[in-house]
Design a protein around this ligand. Sequence first.
Ligand SMILES: [Zn+2]
Ligand SMILES: [Zn+2]
Length: 59
Amino acid sequence: MAINRQQARSEHTAATTHEQFSETIYGVVCAGCRNYILIDKTNCAPTCREHESCRQAYA
Ligand SMILES: [Zn+2]
Ligand SMILES: [Zn+2]
């Protein structure tokens, strides 16, 4: 399911209470997880393992 950056941030905050994010040209990074929570290219959630770019970013 495609979600935007704002949705990804609010959903991540709701799920983890993490509230610090960095935006990069690729997507949104959570400071707490130190990992991407959203990649713009695919608009996928971190649970996605379908796309090569998702697997690499979220690995
Ligand atoms: Zn987080
Ligand atoms: Zn994906």
